[in-house]
Design a binder for this molecule. Structure first.
Ligand code: PEP
Length: 249
């Protein structure tokens, strides 16, 4: 059975007080879906969020990490540091990391290896830009992002990988991929996994959709057979909206 997941990426939002307040609101929400729920606060608030949500069914996850274990990497955070504050899951390859911090497929492959070596779960993000979509090159781009960062992995570690297809043109823009566009791409991703690893990996890997998912469009996107949940940005900053999305699964 594939995991159904709704993960909120809070990005560089919410100081400690705002984080406390959002967590208080999250705890008040009622839940009518069985999906796994995750939230990704900034590094400075991870420990607090972990403690505050420890007894809840919301997992606290990280937005990024470095591939080295420790050393002279000013401003960076390692897998073992995340583990030391209770974090077991990390988002890697978000398009904002790729665009603004020049993270390459090669760096991401190293980050994935470091996370897996530390027995963490990876939510691996990828997706095409608008010009790739317009020129019809979107499948090639997505295929190469997956191959370059993940296809060196052995079959057995895929149980620790969750994929998140996030078309860059739909992130934070209010423009969502249509449910059909999402389904077509997710089916293509599953086929790509099937070609490389066979049906067991392809059928058991969860593929989340991300890009302007809102309470009003979540149910239709999540109803597609190859969409196993969502990675949510803006709408994850309001507890009611986030749980409306969680409950849309
Ligand atoms: C994201 O940043 O991963 C994302 C999907 O953002 P938004 O929901 O705001 O488009």
């Amino acid at each position: 059975m594939r995991r159904q997941i709704v993960a909120g990426n809070w990005k560089m939002n919410n100081d400690l007080t705002e984080t406390e307040s959002l967590i208080t609101d999250l705890k008040k929400q009622s839940r009518s879906s069985e999906a796994e729920v995750m939230v990704a606060p900034t590094f400075t608030n991870l420990w607090h969020a972990y403690e505050a949500l420890r007894l809840s069914d919301i997992e606290v996850i990280a937005q990024n990490m470095h591939f080295a274990e420790s050393g002279a990497y000013t401003g960076e955070v390692s897998a073992s540091m995340l583990l030391s504050v209770g974090i077991q899951t990390v988002i890697l390859g978000h398009s904002e990391r790729r665009a603004y911090f020049k993270e390459t497929d090669e760096m991401l492959a190293k980050k994935v290896d470091a996370a897996l070596k530390n027995n963490m779960t990876v939510i691996f993000c990828f997706g095409e830009e608008l010009n790739d979509r317009k020129s019809g090159n979107h499948e090639n781009i997505v295929e190469s992002q997956i191959k370059n960062a993940l296809f060196h992995l052995d079959e057995q570690v895929w149980s620790s990988i969750v994929l998140a297809y996030e078309p860059v043109w739909a992130i934070g823009t209010g423009e969502t991929a249509s449910p059909e566009q999402a389904q077509d791409m997710h089916a293509f991703i599953r086929k790509t996994l099937n070609d490389k690893y066979g049906s067991k990996v392809a059928e058991s890997t969860s593929i989340l959709y991300g890009g302007s998912v809102k309470p009003g469009n979540a149910a239709e996107i999540f109803s597609k057979p190859d969409v196993d949940g969502g990675l949510i940005g803006g709408a994850a900053l309001k507890a009611e909206d986030f749980f409306a999305i969680v409950n849309a699964i």
